[in-house]
Design a protein around this ligand. Sequence first.
Ligand code: SAH
Length: 375
Amino acid sequence: MSVPEIKLVFDEPVQRKKTPKHLADYSPEERRELAKSLGLPAFRANQVATHYFTHLSNDPENWTDIPAEMRKTIAEQFTPKLIELVRSVECDGGMTRKDLWKLHDGVLVESVLMRYTDRVTVCISSQAGCGMNCPFCATGQAGLTRNLSAGEITEQIVAAARACANGELPGGEARLSNIVFMGMGEPLANYNAVTRTLRNITDPNPDGLGISARSVVVSTVGLVNGIEKLTEEGLSVTLAVSLHTPDDELRDTLVPINSRWKIKEVLAAADAYEKKTGRRYSIEYALIRDINDQSWRSDLLGRLLKNRNAHVNLIPLNPTPGSKWTASRREDEAEFVRILESYGVPVTVRDTRGREIDGACGQLAAAEKGNSPTG
Ligand code: SAH
């Protein structure tokens, strides 16, 4: 007699409904393979990719180069709806708009669209929640819910491009020009989906949106293994490193992953990235009153960066609810900037676009004054 197997239910990982596969999850080659596996000629994959990335169309009715009877199946297989708008909140007279998206399993993520005189930037989420646990960041407090698929990340970008093309922002029709991975999540902790997305952004028609890698910023807490891998991808996106302090002692608490990779190692990885890609990198630094805004820290940061091809982006802290921390005093901020500049380090203070809609809480902020990644 066999002993019945006892299942320890509490030992089972949470079974999530799988995110449907989308053409944005596949490489162009795999898309053509998928078409063939459905008994279609490979060029159908290119046609649907053109509708999606070039015409930003998610309505198969308009895909007139594809036989009408095939459109439904093709749309189901290639472009299932992955994100649904829950609501939008606007400020700055509509020039800043935060969209809240519901994913197929009910998980919520946000993106922020910002129009400037010379560009339109979307700030997107790469994960639902975040596992990095930085104490000043709202997303970090909630922990990681799950990684987003490349389809779910790309959908946020395509939705933003569509909103621009439809003239939804004041000022009429526009072209989405910049993409920053500064929403929820640590992009390099969701490496494959993020790099697939980077290719969807930069590949020319029909394979992607054809947006220049120079206009894309990937912001990281400093996962050295991820930076090293990205260096080998041949993607010249702008790297931003969330440093927040030049000394390991404080950084161990502000950016807990610092206990794994110290400042020296993070900067060495960023330098290697800069060397390979020729792209100046950004150092992000949230200025927190009396925590990391002392002049000696600015001095130390200046010495650390003076011979590096890096630019400092100071972000006035946007306090999270219940936080004991707040933004630096104006005069301390000005002194911090002055000291850095005395070392010849380029520095900008990010504007606080979208603050009223919690869009400038850092994780959802990308409004960098005078710091357009395109120059
Ligand atoms: N995980 C990535 C990207 C997400 S956030 C990273 O850490 O870089 C984008 C930037 O906003 C990061 O520099 C992050 O440290 C910063 N940030 C997070 N919360 C903030 C807050 N409350 N105020 C100001 N900046 C914040």
